[in-house]
Design a protein around this ligand. Sequence first.
Ligand code: MSP
Length: 643
Amino acid sequence: MTTYITTPIYYVNAQPHLGHAYTTIVADAYSRYRRLTGDTVRFQTGTDEHGDKIAEAAAKEDVPPKVYADRISALFRETWPLLDIQPDHFIRTTDAQHVAVVQSILQQVHASGDIYFDEYSGLYCRGCERFLTEKELVDGLCPDHQVPPQEIAEQNYFFRMSRYQERLIRHIHDNPEFITPERYRNEVLSFLSEPLEDLCISRPKSRLTWGIELPFDSGFVTYVWFDALINYLTGIGYPDGVDFERYWSVAEHVIAKDILKPHAIYWPTMLMSMGLSLYRRLHVHGYWNVDDTKMSKSIGNVVRPAQLVEEYGVDTLRYFTLREMSFGLDASFNRDAIIARKNSDLANDIGNLFSRSVAMLQKYTAGLVPSPDSSGDAVLQQAVEQMLPIYREAMDGFQFHRALQAVWEVISQANKYIVTNEPWVLAKDPTRAARLHTVLYNLAECLRLLTMVLRPIMPGAAAKMARGLGLDPDHELVSSLAGCGRWGLLPVGTELQPTASLFPRVEKEKTGESQPAAGKKKAETKAETTTAANVLTFDQFQNVDLRVAEIIAAEKIKKSEKLLQLTVLVPEQRTIVAGIGEYYTPQQLVGKQVLVVANMKPATLMGIESQGMVLAARTMVDGKERLVLATVSDEIPAGSKVA
Ligand code: MSP
């Protein structure tokens, strides 16, 4: 099968921000996913470089529009690799081939009688680069740009969009997936229930010269949307290219809701007039907001993706955006939320699962994938087999957060599997070697399949995981869902490789300094909500990562009366040095569940790094100090949060 996925081509009057990054990450993750399923994929993005907005931005900088467009277009092109985004083609509307095709299409549509000349007056929004209807205004203002539209009366060329209204309505009814999610399909149908006006597709050169000249009237340039939408065809070599043949019938566009109307109404009617088939699906997502306001250059609340990559890493940014936003709905950008997801979902859940499993395989089977016992359990196999169809359906339907929820269900089961099966206990008993090998095989095989499904979301982390499992990142065992997406294929004897931590935890303080305006404001507001020195806000309390730890080993530290070295599971294995040697013997501690602060800054005591703090109650009784460890009233899996 083939897949053709596109993003909008972005205006070059603004530098890339998180909103642009999200759409492009979505298209990249989808293209990688389709490759995983065996498709031949074409993924296209690019820049939209003509029109009022660009001419104005260039004039402000006192440079010719093309020079200006070259500069900003390059910024977009250079940003994508930083996000591990790999388009197959980057199109610019100033490309000569695009200009020629737009002119030939205009000529053809004009000759067919679908373009006519007329006088028009209407309400024009420069930000939207289109005429708005009275109905679209909110309190007399453009709802997206918060400015009153300009009343413009002039002679122009018009496209007979109204001619195709009924056919478009029928097409939307007959193809339920044409516009998704459904709320946007309904919005378009509701819009189409009113008579459609024809579309003004020219601008007189007296008002704008920065555009593609109409082939049939040199006094005019083409309206920017008529030019821009055609990029989806020119990028694949329309009309004669083999790629056009190969990809057009499967085209899928990803956009945000701001440009629904041009994509769901102008574009299909233009295609009808050209005599071409319509694109297959239009995927519409919501806005990334900051403090409930759409992130945008004009509002000045933008977050730069390159900065986020520097602070949190590319995999974290990709994971966060795809996991946090329910596709179709708005989401709020918030730095605390990225940190929470990185520390919890990535460092704790998948990071620890991976490092613990690989460490145990290194320790107990000399780094070689052991042979499972055929009568062993199928707990993880079932978990993976349940997840795969849900993952595939969700990825096919652009429900990335759902796909990730299903994957994390498996990660959580695998972490539980370790706690339940206690490989470190099995390892002590040679008669249970077969069971130990089965448990470790299951973990390694589960990690292989997790590597595969995470590949489209976090290509960098998936490559590291593959190498850790002793596989080349492009080995079909981790890159072909079609060929190797089933349990039991990891060869026994595969040699694991040492791997650095996948996702080091982020400490909140570290990120404060480089926060941009939007993030800083939040931090300041937070500080204001602290009332007195000894009163915690809820947010401050949440910063303390309290967990149940299971002590699996304890020993006295030489030359110290007070200090004990504890090995605990939280659920990952850690070392904690605790000053409780005068109150507890090591034997009394092994097997106990205690409470620990898991996000203490590591401290070195007697040459040993302590990675947490054990909590205890301490008081004076009859002139003597008494200390008892804080614990839980019933057994609960190691690592459970205390809140
Ligand atoms: N040039 C047109 C598109 C022509 S496509 C034939 C355009 N460009 S744009 O630079 O304004 O990009 C709009 C797109 O950027 C949105 O549809 C969306 O993909 C992305 N986003 C810009 N701001 C966004 C948010 N705040 N949130 C989510 N996506 C956003 O319109």
